[in-house]
Design a protein around this ligand. Structure first.
Ligand code: CP3
Length: 368
């Protein structure tokens, strides 16, 4: 074994040769950022923090920009998507930008009739339920991602030494929207399809994996310094079903950026029993929701994987004293892991007072 040229899954190499010469990692601009040091399991110069859904309705400046512009329309206007990405970085002083887009954007760009309905989520006009439906799915051509890569380039230019995180939705979560036709609590049709017609499930999950992988890889090549895979609904699966029907397809997505020197973060909600399988799918960092203590997550993962999380979003409404006490406890529990990036256990709720977030970032940055 050549330890120098064969990075372990937990320690992405720091050389940036597989990336374009103008990528922030090739130029060394983001390489030593606290976020990336913690993701590599090194000691960062300060404690890194960012928030899932930090861009969006909690910010009045976001609501102002979105007046009269549909959600998915805003994702394909590069100047607008870049500006929305930057808003929370400027306002809160967080340690990363998360690219403003949505997990269904690559489906939309491939030609699927999907929209995001405010207060509901993604709605698919013609649900995909049969072998014939799957066979008719359009292939996404990377050329169709022009608005995405243009927006990423603007973001990284503006962000300078602050890393941009690119992201994608995992095949199970996206396939659930396609099969159910919209958000679902139990994912009954999706789970029934897996068991009743495993070949059609395989074809569908394979199509989603290709499509979402193309979206993720395009963001990294265009300038993102880290990649996060969101499998928001994976927690609805048993470990056996996750391992059989979801993990192999998520592994393909993570593998699509594994030749690039970026951390691969894998996050889901209610996934306490799936953490090891999510790591084994090819992640280098595991995002943990607020249901599991970080020191317990670290033990389950064998103490070798940097973690991200897991402040309970409900505490954003509990007053600064309770919030900061809880955040300090999360910091303490995270110290057991080889690296820790502070985040929430799920996204910022839309009615969060943004000043609570700004004060939380300042508190975490000042904490000894
Ligand atoms: O700040 C960020 O996190 C960056 C952008 C981002 C969005 N969606 C923007 C968005 C990211 C990373 C996502 C991921 C996403 N989208 C996930 C995975 C993460 C998670 O929350 O579990 C999922 C499941 C979706 C699908 C989706 N899109 C939902 C459930 C919703 C909410 C619908 C609603 O109105 O309650 C969306 C819409 C969406 N995506 C908004 C934003 C800012 C709100 C749209 C608006 O402003 O009207």
């Amino acid at each position: 074994m050549d330890a120098v040229t064969s990075p372990t899954p937990d320690a992405p190499t720091r050389t940036a040769s597989a990336l374009p010469a103008d990528h922030p990692l090739s130029r060394g601009i983001t390489t030593d950022a606290p976020l990336l040091a913690a993701y590599r399991g090194e000691k960062p110069s300060s404690r890194p923090v960012w928030f899932m859904r930090q861009a969006g309705r909690s910010l009045p400046e976001y609501r102002a920009l979105r007046v009269g512009v549909g959600m998915l329309e805003s994702c394909v206007r590069p100047e607008l998507a870049a500006e929305i990405t930057l808003q929370p970085v400027r306002r809160h002083g967080v340690d990363a930008g998360i690219f403003f887009s949505d997990i269904v954007v690559p489906l939309k760009l491939a030609g699927i009739d999907v929209d995001i309905v405010a207060g509901t989520g993604p709605v698919v006009a013609h649900p995909i339920r049969t072998a014939a439906d799957v066979a008719a799915l359009p292939e996404l051509d990377p050329e169709q991602l022009g608005p995405i890569t243009d927006a990423v380039r603007i973001c990284v230019e503006e962000l300078g030494s602050t890393p941009l995180i690119g992201f994608a939705g995992a095949p199970f979560t996206l396939a659930s929207y396609l099969v159910e036709g919209g958000p679902s609590r139990e994912h009954l049709r999706t789970k029934a399809l897996m068991h009743a017609d495993p070949d059609t499930w395989d074809a569908l999950a394979s199509w989603v994996a290709r499509t979402t992988a193309t979206f993720l890889r395009a963001q990294v090549l265009a300038g993102a310094s880290a990649a996060q895979l969101f499998d928001s609904w994976a927690g609805g699966l048993s470990l056996d079903n996750y391992t059989r029907f979801a993990a192999p397809y998520s592994a393909r997505v993570l593998d699509a950026v594994a030749d690039l020197p970026v951390p691969r973060v894998h996050f889901g909600v209610g996934t306490s029993e799936l953490l090891v399988a999510m790591k084994d799918a090819g992640a280098t960092v595991i995002g943990v929701d607020h249901r599991l203590r970080l020191d317990t997550a670290n033990e389950r993962l064998g103490g070798s994987t940097p973690l991200q999380g897991n402040i309970d979003p409900a505490l954003l409404f509990a007053g600064d004293d309770a919030l900061h006490r809880h955040a300090a406890e999360v910091v303490r529990q995270g110290e057991s892991a080889p690296g820790h990036v502070l985040n929430l256990g799920h996204g910022v709720p839309p009615d969060t007072d943004p000043e609570v977030l700004t004060r939380l970032v300042a508190y975490l940055h000042e904490l000894p």
